[in-house]
Design a protein around this ligand. Structure first.
Ligand SMILES: Nc1ncnc2c1ncn2[C@@H]1O[C@H](COP(=O)(O)OP(=O)(O)OP(=O)(O)O)[C@@H](O)[C@H]1O
Ligand SMILES: [Mg+2]
Length: 264
């Protein structure tokens, strides 16, 4: 299975909390190709998490349309959306969001449990992935017994174990020191690349953002700018894999920073 494309049209999100209206997104349209890696940057409060949550079907838009592949996410019922997310999407959050009372193995296998996979099969799949992520010796540990980097690797395993076609990551390295963040990013990118998944990643870190095919900058609820990152190669254009606009400016940091990715 390969990645899922994203098509979003005129997304608006207005939160109403205690009579205060917060205009989080003000008309965002975008396309992400199947297998593409897009990073989303912008200042705090600019609407990055809101955009990610809408595209992932975690929150409904106030108005606008969202398609993941050919599926109209904006029109799906809650139940259908939950089933669709379970089958096709993986999520990684800044604060890991692991279940504190479940072991590492149970956390990583959780989506397969929801999918109804028998225990032996789901534990086998989760254990194999955890071993690849360097956590083979920690299967019976609880999250509280792990370092931040180890917890984030469990979260990556949980996001990838169901072989999703698209991964949504909101500041996946935001709570890690820079060396740990480097290693977590490398693991995430190599897994995503190997399986040709689509990756949408919110980050504050210009260096990590630059590793993408394209970088979307959000400002005050709108896409202000789209640049190319270091991952984008002309091969993609030749393959017809991607409909990148021909002459995107290169991200200012991309050349200077370079990207430490496995396989690159
Ligand atoms: N559940 C909510 N209820 C009310 N307002 C919200 C809610 N979620 C977000 N907002 C508002 O929407 C705007 C965008 O928030 P969002 O979380 O998308 O920002 P962000 O770019 O992810 O910021 P950060 O980098 O700090 O995570 C902010 O003004 C925020 O206060
Ligand atoms: Mg956010």
């Amino acid at each position: 299975m390969s990645g899922l494309s994203i098509h979003a049209e005129d997304l608006v999100k207005i939160y109403r909390a205690r009579r205060v209206r917060s205009r989080a997104l003000l008309g965002v349209s975008l396309d992400v190709d199947a297998g593409e890696f897009v990073s989303v940057v912008g200042t705090s409060g600019s609407g990055k998490s809101t955009l990610l949550n809408l595209l992932a079907g975690l929150e409904p838009p106030t108005s606008g349309r969202i398609y993941l592949g050919s599926e109209p996410v904006h029109r799906m019922s809650e139940d259908r959306l939950a089933a669709f997310r379970l089958r096709h999407a993986g999520f990684i959050f800044q604060n890991f969001n692991l279940f504190p009372d479940l072991t590492v193995l149970e956390n990583a296998a959780f989506p397969l449990m929801l999918q109804g996979k028998p225990p032996a099969a789901r534990n086998r799949a989760a254990a194999a992935l955890l071993a690849r992520l360097g956590l083979g010796a920690y299967l019976s540990h609880l999250p509280a017994e792990l370092s931040g980097g180890q917890q984030q690797r469990v979260a990556i395993a949980r996001a990838l174990v169901g072989a999703p076609q698209i991964v949504f990551a909101d500041e996946p390295t935001g709570n890690l020191d820079s060396a740990t963040a480097d290693s977590v990013m490398q693991i995430l990118l190599s897994e995503v690349q190997e399986r040709a998944m689509t990756l949408l990643m919110v980050t504050h870190d210009a260096g990590r953002a630059a590793c993408a095919d394209r970088i979307f900058t959000i400002r005050d609820g709108r896409i202000e700018n789209i640049e190319r990152g270091t991952k984008r190669t002309d091969e993609k254009k030749k393959d017809g894999l991607a409909s990148f606009s021909a002459d995107l400016p290169e991200h200012a940091d991309a050349a200077a920073i370079g990207c430490r990715r496995s396989g690159s």
